[in-house]
Design a binder for this molecule. Structure first.
Ligand SMILES: [Zn+2]
Length: 132
């Protein structure tokens, strides 16, 4: 079988560009971050004043690990340090989705070019696997 030149295959430039962007990602954190400011239970606290001086921020990072919800608190310096890795999670998803679309376009394009080899006709008598 002759080796295909990867640069001559459909959507090569788009796929390569997306792959390059994906390869730049060197940190990804799962889950989500919620920043909370709260009132406490003390009746005479500044958090009850008008305007209230709320406690916090409480930076809560929540993720799922082995089906369990895991929560960890971060300080502001940690949030600033790791924010790019949280942002990367979404960026990676977007890039992956685009790469999948470009790859599907590529296989469709090569599939059209590979004809006249016809697709196999669906047989009339299909064997069905028994369901238990
Ligand atoms: Zn308080």
């Amino acid at each position: 079988m002759p080796q295909l030149d990867p640069d001559n295959r459909p959507w090569a430039a788009t796929r390569r560009g997306l792959a390059t962007q994906l390869s730049d990602i060197d940190g990804v954190l799962p889950g989500s971050v919620v920043v909370r400011h709260m009132r406490c239970g003390k009746p005479a606290c500044a958090c009850k004043a008008e305007p209230p001086a709320l406690h916090g921020p409480y930076i809560q990072w929540t993720r799922t690990m082995n089906g369990k919800t895991v929560t960890r608190y971060l300080n502001e310096e940690q949030l600033a340090r790791y924010q790019p890795w949280f942002d990367n999670a979404r960026r990676m998803e977007e890039l992956l989705a685009k790469l999948q679309i470009a790859s599907v376009h590529a296989i469709e394009s090569e599939h059209r070019r590979d004809r006249p080899t016809k697709d196999p006709k669906p047989t009339r008598h299909t064997t069905r696997s028994k369901r238990s």
